[in-house]
Design a protein around this ligand. Structure first.
Ligand code: DGL
Length: 275
């Protein structure tokens, strides 16, 4: 059997990237790790996020034999991408960062909102990003305290979710923001609810499609693309592991994956031991 592509996030957020992949790369097999049992990562110290990310990638590489890794998490990328690339120099690792660059290009008012986690805002990587692309625009940041937890609880459309978003989005709009960066992979999962509050004149930037395209490019460059054949297509089965609740994962998957996708999923409970 050909090697899969590994994807991970602190929890369910990376599904905003994963949901695009089976149709874009129909011959590939994917193993997704949702570390929901330890989410959110955002408020944790960077060293702990690095340790958790290393445990997950070790599992994906050594047990699942993954040929490439997608860090479908801004917080884990900011904390751990460098360490992971150093530890696995032969395995391509695709990371992600808040889309400040496209937002700075898109804004007309010159004011951009960034919704991300405290971990991302506190990282060196974000500081670099801001000094490169955030200089000519005004950036309104919100660490969205509690929002990831609500999404992990499966609240993708609910009064509790709306109440939380109403503390985050309107202040950005009042500050004159016309572009909002969804700088945490959990947030596109509630993109509709955010758009409803933000209104039609505000552009939301979800980096998931560009991360998915980057994975395709990287697999091509490293000659790692699986061969397309009908046998593979019909036998293809993806694995989704969670360190949290399987039923919650199932519910969010059902609400998130395109119902027309023919991806077959195996859902597995897996605990990562804290060292
Ligand atoms: N989904 C993650 C991100 O993209 C982090 C959420 C969290 O665990 O705090 O930043």
């Amino acid at each position: 059997m050909h090697s899969p592509v590994g994807i991970f996030d602190s929890g369910l957020g990376g599904l905003s990237v994963f949901r695009l992949l089976p149709d874009m790369l129909p011959a590939e097999r994917f193993v997704y790790v949702a570390d929901s049992g330890r989410a959110p990562y955002g408020p944790r110290p960077q060293a702990e996020i690095v340790a958790f990310s290393e445990q997950i990638v070790e599992y994906l590489v050594e047990v699942e034999q993954c040929k490439a890794i997608v860090i479908a998490c801004n917080t884990a990328t900011a904390a751990a991408a460098k360490v992971l690339r150093k530890r696995y120099p032969t395995i391509p690792i695709v990371g992600m960062e808040p889309a400040v660059k496209p937002a700075a290009q898109a804004t007309v008012t010159g004011k951009v909102g960034v919704m991300a986690t405290a971990g991302t805002f506190g990282s060196e990587k974000y500081a670099e990003l801001m000094s490169q692309y955030g200089r000519d625009v005004e950036v309104v940041e919100d660490p969205c305290v509690g929002l990831v937890t609500l999404i992990e609880e499966g609240e993708l459309k609910s009064p509790r979710l709306s109440a939380k978003l109403n503390t985050i989005v309107p202040p950005m709009i009042e500050a004159g923001v016309d572009t909002i960066v969804l700088g945490c992979t959990h947030f596109p999962l509630v993109g509709e609810a955010i758009a409803e509050i933000a209104g039609v004149n505000v552009k939301l930037i979800d980096p998931a499609p560009s991360v998915a395209r980057q994975l395709v490019r990287v697999l091509q460059e490293h000659s790692l693309l699986a061969e397309t054949s009908d046998t593979l297509l019909t036998n293809r089965m993806h694995t989704v592991l969670t360190s949290g609740d399987k039923d919650r994962l199932r519910r969010v998957l059902a609400a998130t994956l395109d119902p027309t996708t023919n991806a077959r999923l195996r859902i597995v409970k897996h605990d990562f031991m804290t060292r």
